[in-house]
Design a protein around this ligand. Structure first.
Ligand code: SF4
Length: 600
């Protein structure tokens, strides 16, 4: 019997691009291949495992870069906007991927391609113009060095179509900064693991998509009825108003209140000037309107104008990385840096980490200002500007800093190296795991390095003790300071997280607001694609996909010893505030987590 067609939900095609040969070809996406990975992140990882030589240079022409979307991307499912970029990471040398919302994924769906797989390297700087028919290879030497917004606008103008969605890199990606980003449509960021440098290494400035096909739904009325339930759950959620007003910047106050807001590079968990840098202050002083990703009814994104600077955002990680994490109390400076990083294409978390690490090491006398070329203390704005610019253009010390905090630290003492807040080479996000234990476990086990989004166990912050007992066997799963029940919570959440990244849907809604579960996802997939998944089967295949991440990372050289946290979180308790005295018993949680997975 022939291969079944993917008629509903999916585009049903793969676009393969060879930049060296300036050629493309189109393949059918096989139903038997996609069924057990759904799409998006899980499908990209499977593709990477099947097609990459694990020993390849991440910045060499042999590395592949995959843009992936899922069966529900661009549908009427709220917040179904995401696209995932996957490759071998040049920052960490392991599985690299990053998700972004906005409009790019929805437009890609209209081209009919579920995956765009790029290999090779172009001789000249080019961008790709992708439509249903394939790709044009457009030379663009004039775009070298230009900001992401400039390139986005220039491509739209040249193609005479303002609806084109563009994913571009800035000067940081061109200069192969290992934590550079891809930004779509001027403001939505694939930030983590250096995907911008992979594109830059291929001499590719941007990928533009424009499609015109329509999306076919298997059972439109039943699908619509499932969507209505989800829309209602979002609108009636107790955090709706707060998230609408401030987006994730609401976390500045929330995390400070419980003593886990990274301050002066995780030396403290609360800062005295919180009111100057909070989500509330941002809303009052600089927000001019709400913005949203494709078809989202939460509209958590915001547009700001501040002096000469404007743009969409910042979200929490950007805001905290350029305020309390590096000792800066000036909100307008953080907004200036938001614009600069988004236009130059630098990851905020990794940039904030390297600056905070230098500040702490200089303060403690572990590195001297002469070794860095700058004598910098907490919150010194001119010097922060100088360092960031040097990283973007790889000038002077910026050339070495562009390799990321972990690699840069290797030229200094063991004591200094221990202060880099990373796991597997990826810099830790802005949430101190000493006061959120399930997050600590998530950072340690995440297959792309220190990261919360692989499980986003926000549940432990919601104080739903009865629900915790029902779902995870103990009320302690809802106690942020306890290690008990956290392996069960993370094992559940990582599967929902993977479903969000694979269908695709925003995790703020799907996971943090606890909107998705195996039951409603199985109905969404059935009514949209016609493919049957029981809730139990979904759990099983998501578990297999998580195992696949591990198999791939083993090929990249990782082993279980890499599943840990920086020593600070394991041995140094915070000295004040509501998280005072707490450290992370990571071994206990990891043993329980491995048991649940059947790993050794
Ligand atoms: S909740 Fe915010 S980030 Fe998520 S899809 Fe909606 S607007 Fe985008």
């Amino acid at each position: 019997m022939g291969e079944m067609m993917l008629e509903y939900g999916y585009g049903g095609k793969i676009l393969r691009i060879d930049l060296t040969e300036e050629k493309f070809h189109i393949e059918k996406m096989k139903k038997s291949w996609i069924k057990n990975v759904i799409g998006g992140r899980a499908a990209n990882t499977k593709r990477l495992l099947e097609e990459i030589d694990p020993s390849c240079n991440p910045l060499g022409s042999e590395n592949i870069l995959i843009f992936g979307i899922g069966p529900l991307t661009g549908s009427i499912l709220p917040a179904s906007a995401y696209h995932i970029v996957t490759s071998k990471s040049p920052l960490t040398g392991i599985l690299g991927d990053s998700a972004a919302g906005g409009q790019f994924g929805a437009e890609m769906k209209l081209t009919g391609f579920d995956q765009i797989i790029i290999k090779g390297r172009s001789e000249d700087l080019i961008y790709l113009m992708i439509t249903e028919d394939g790709s044009e290879f457009v030379k663009c030497p004039e775009y070298r060095g230009r900001s992401i917004l400039e390139v986005t606008e220039a491509i739209r103008k040249k193609q005479r179509n303002h609806s084109i969605q563009v994913a571009a890199i800035g000067p940081a990606g061109e200069n192969l900064v290992l934590f550079s980003t891809i930004v779509s449509s001027g403001n939505r960021v694939n930030g983590r693991t250096g995907m911008g440098a992979v594109i830059g290494s291929k001499n590719l400035k941007a990928i533009a998509v424009r499609g015109s096909r329509s999306l076919k739904i298997k059972d439109p009325m039943a699908f619509f009825s499932e969507i209505k339930k989800i829309e209602k759950a979002i609108l009636n959620h107790n955090e709706y108003n707060k998230r609408y007003r401030m987006g994730t910047t609401m976390l500045m106050k929330d995390l400070n209140r419980i003593g886990i807001l990274p301050t002066n590079h995780f030396q403290k968990g609360a800062c005295s000037y919180l009111d100057n840098i909070s989500g509330e202050r941002l809303e009052e002083n600089y927000k001019v309107k709400n913005k949203a990703c494709f078809n989202c009814n939460l509209h958590c994104s915001r547009y700001y104008i501040c002096n000469d600077h404007e743009g969409e955002g910042p979200e929490f990680e950007m805001l905290c990385s350029f305020t309390s994490r590096i000792g800066n109390s000036d909100l307008s400076f953080a907004l200036e840096m938001t614009e600069y990083l988004n236009q130059m294409g630098l990851d905020a978390i990794s940039t904030g980490e390297i600056i905070g690490w230098i500040m702490e090491c200089e303060e403690k006398g572990l590195i001297s200002p002469e070794e860095i070329g700058v004598n910098i203390s907490w919150g010194e704005k001119d010097k922060i500007r100088e360092i960031v610019k040097k990283i973007v253009y790889r000038e002077g010390i910026g050339d070495a800093l562009a390799k990321g905090a972990k690699k840069f630290s290797e030229r200094f003492s063991k004591e200094a190296q221990k202060l880099v807040m990373h796991v597997k080479g990826l810099d830790i996000i802005c949430g101190d795991p000493r006061g959120i234990k399930a997050y600590g476990l998530t950072y340690a086990i995440s297959s792309r390095g220190a990261d919360h989004l692989r499980a986003e166990p926000y549940f432990e912050l919601t104080d739903r003790r009865e629900e915790a007992k029902r779902r995870f066997g103990t009320e302690k799963a809802a106690d942020r300071l306890s290690e008990e029940g956290k392996a069960a919570l993370v094992t559940y959440s990582e599967k929902i997280s993977l479903l969000c990244d694979s269908m695709t849907m925003c995790k703020n809604i799907g996971l943090c607001m606890d909107i998705l579960n195996f039951e409603n996802v199985s109905l969404l997939l059935k009514t949209c694609t016609g493919m049957s998944y029981t809730p139990e089967y979904l759990q099983k295949i998501m578990g297999e996909c998580i195992n696949r991440d591990r198999v791939l990372n083993k090929k990249f050289g990782l082993n279980s010893e890499d599943d840990t946290l920086p020593e600070r979180f394991l041995k140094e308790p915070l000295s004040e505030g509501p998280t005072k005295g707490s450290i992370v018993d990571i071994k206990r949680m990891i043993n329980e987590y491995y048991k649940l997975h059947g790993w050794k």
